[in-house]
Design a protein around this ligand. Structure first.
Ligand code: PLP
Length: 371
């Protein structure tokens, strides 16, 4: 029987196992040297002053928002096209998410809609663009709007490790960037984990405190924190993965370019568009198909052993946890481009080790469906 084409894949090798074993044998499991090493190396690879390892991408977003000073009653601009974890930290700090539509080409936050929504806002505090699917939002335009209105920028870079646009690396423009190391991401830590990056000393210092119960070096709890630490076992695995991620990104770009070459002849399928002067790192390869065909199309691929996904099934602003939240009730906008995408989106298998024959199988199945 032919094997399925898996949607994603996690890499582990002898070096990773050895490094993890060393940590286990050392019994230095938290606040040890592996975390410091991983943070230093991640900061250097991004070209920023500080990297703060935390327990998840969600924690990285939450701590970024708190560290830049977002408070209850503030408004934070978020795209509707994102995983819910972009929005939950905003609500958790008591702020109101203001949903912004996407650019229909790149699927990232539309600066024109952002500008209009900022102009209408009563308490604007921060912009939270998402570098979705591995492609950076237009940070140049977004940081200009932020500067004009004195807003912070926290970039959700959870899907875009080392993507680039206009000479910037994901997460490094603005006040802070947040990364996830959830196992399906472009790099992992062998479990849950995240990283906050920043050039701002004060942001790094506040985040370090909040991740460890708000405690300073003298044992004083100056601010309220919880436990958002990244343990040493995960940090060691992350540090090994970091050595590979740029190569894996290049392999993802190769896979994407093969899909795009082949599928551009299949008229009903819309393939992804890359912004000029950018490197899309293809955490996901999302195509659009006609809405009334989508489920039949996915079933057809499934019957041929090909896994697909939907990222996501519901736009962030349409979830009950947002709609029923007292901070937003009754104020939800329509986001035409986001909602259009969500009627059509299908994610194809994507990972750096996808073989030529697996790519062929996916493309042949798609061609056969639309024949
Ligand atoms: C866009 C986006 N934001 C935030 C997160 C949250 O990351 P984590 O699952 O590590 O908390 C994820 C990952 O799932 C994500 O894809």
């Amino acid at each position: 029987m032919t094997e399925r084409v898996p949607f994603t894949d996690v890499y582990v090798d002898d070096e990773i196992v050895e490094r993890a074993t060393d940590v286990l044998e050392s019994t230095r499991y938290v606040k040890g040297p592996e975390l410091e090493t991983f943070e230093e190396n991640f900061a250097e690879e991004c070209g920023v002053e500080h990297a703060v390892g935390v327990s998840s991408g969600t924690a990285a977003i939450l701590l970024s928002l708190r560290a830049v000073g977002v408070e209850a009653g503030d408004e934070v601009f978020v795209p509707g096209n994102t995983f819910f974890a972009t929005v939950s930290p905003v609500l958790s700090v008591g702020a109101t998410p203001v949903f912004v539509d996407i650019d229909p080409e790149t699927y990232t936050m539309d600066p024109a809609d952002l500008e209009a929504k900022v102009a209408d806002a009563a308490n604007p505090a921060a912009i939270l663009p998402v570098h979705i699917y591995g492609q950076m939002a237009d940070v140049e335009a977004i940081t200009t709007i932020a500067d004009d209105h004195d807003l912070s920028v926290v970039a959700d870079s959870c899907q875009a490790h080392f993507a680039e646009r206009d000479g910037q690396i994901a997460g490094t423009a603005g006040d802070a960037g947040a990364f996830s190391f959830y196992p399906s991401k472009n790099m992992t830590v062998g479990g849950d984990g995240g990283m906050l990056v920043t050039d701002r000393e004060d942001v790094a210092e506040t985040a370090r405190k909040i991740r460890n119960h708000g405690r300073d070096e003298n044992g004083v709890h100056e601010t309220l924190g919880l436990n958002y630490r990244l343990d040493d076992l995960n940090a060691a695995v992350g540090d090994e993965q970091l050595k590979h991620v740029q190569g894996w990104n290049a392999a993802r770009v190769e896979v994407a370019s093969k899909y795009t070459d082949r599928l551009s002849d299949v008229a009903p399928v819309t393939t992804p568009t890359e912004a000029p002067d950018s490197t899309h790192v293809y955490h996901l390869y999302v195509v659009q198909v006609p809405p009334d065909e989508r489920e039949a199309f996915r079933d057809f691929l499934d019957e041929r052993g090909i896994d697909t996904g939907r990222h996501y099934e519901t736009p962030a602003h349409q979830h009950p946890a947002v709609q029923d939240h007292p901070a937003v009730a009754g104020e939800l906008p329509t986001l035409p481009e986001t909602e259009r995408l969500y009627e059509r989106n299908v994610s194809l298998p994507m990972h750096p080790r996808l073989s030529e024959s697996e790519i062929d199988r996916v493309c042949e199945a798609i061609e056969a469906y639309f024949e």
